[in-house]
Design a protein around this ligand. Structure first.
Ligand SMILES: *Cc1c(COP(=O)(O)O)cnc(C)c1O
Length: 242
């Protein structure tokens, strides 16, 4: 318990410092705890500390873990690659979906939401790093993709999501976040979404301080809270390279 608490305090401190460095209000940055591979007991420890915003990558794992009573009926948000045959389960088990990255998925999600008479808050995932190993709409196509998605009334698009390049070169990482922020502005200027379209879901354990300086409104953090994962990330991402 103390280890997780210490980690959380450190992260909150870093968020505050990063905000301070660019004159932002720390209250404008949401902290999502990413719990892929994390056992229920450890997730429960962060619940006890008052956390309610969690992210998961695989529907099978959500189904297995998140029905446990110690997790208080919280629905995690979905940040992984979503297969169309998992849409129903995703809608049942998760909250916001951060990884809308292709038209086929948009159509299938809209179809299911129409059948249910529901809406869902989503983020569009953009590939800002130009790496083939990343999911997301190529950044060059993002404005056009947003215009198309805006025609689907069941999808409440409130922001953009990205994974930066995995690199020790800060400039290259920062470039990805800058790109996402520029796209948010460009899409806002198109006026196709509501005023609620203003979120930037970007920044992970290794780079959230940079993401916040570039305007992140939501950072997704796993390792820095719960420690290193045993399962390789290639289980969650295609050909993930270090
Ligand atoms: C795993 C994951 C994270 C968190 O990564 P850490 O490096 O453990 O902080 C954030 N976003 C997505 C989409 C992930 O899959």
């Amino acid at each position: 318990m103390t280890e997780i608490k210490t980690n959380l305090n450190h992260i909150k401190e870093t968020i505050a410092q990063s905000c301070l460095s660019v004159d932002r209000n720390p209250a404008d940055v949401e902290l999502m705890l990413v719990t892929k591979t994390v056992p229920v007991e450890r997730i429960a420890q962060t619940c006890e500390l008052g956390h309610r915003l969690f992210g998961e990558n695989r529907i099978q794992e959500v189904a297995k873990k998140w029905r446990e009573p110690v997790l208080h009926g919280i629905k995690p948000e979905f940040i992984g690659h979503l297969q169309t045959n998992k849409i129903k389960n995703c809608l049942d088990l998760c909250g916001r979906i951060h990884s809308m990255d292709r038209l086929g998925l948009v159509e299938a999600l809209d179809g299911e939401l129409q059948r249910r008479g529901e809406c869902r808050e989503i983020f569009l995932q953009v590939n800002t790093s130009e790496e083939d190993s990343k999911y997301g709409v190529p950044w060059q196509d993002a404005v056009q993709f947003a215009k198309v998605v805006s025609r689907y009334q069941t999808l409440k698009v409130t922001g953009l999501m990205t994974l930066a390049v995995f690199s020790k070169e800060e400039v290259r990482v920062r470039q990805c976040f800058k790109k996402l922020r520029e796209l948010l502005t460009m899409i806002r200027n198109e006026g196709v979404f509501s005023e609620n379209f203003r979120q930037l879901s970007m920044g992970m354990s290794s780079d959230y301080h940079i993401a916040i300086q570039e305007g992140a409104t939501l950072v997704r953090i796993g390792t820095a809270v719960y420690g290193e994962r045993n399962t390789s990330d290639s289980y969650y991402w295609p050909e993930h390279h270090k």
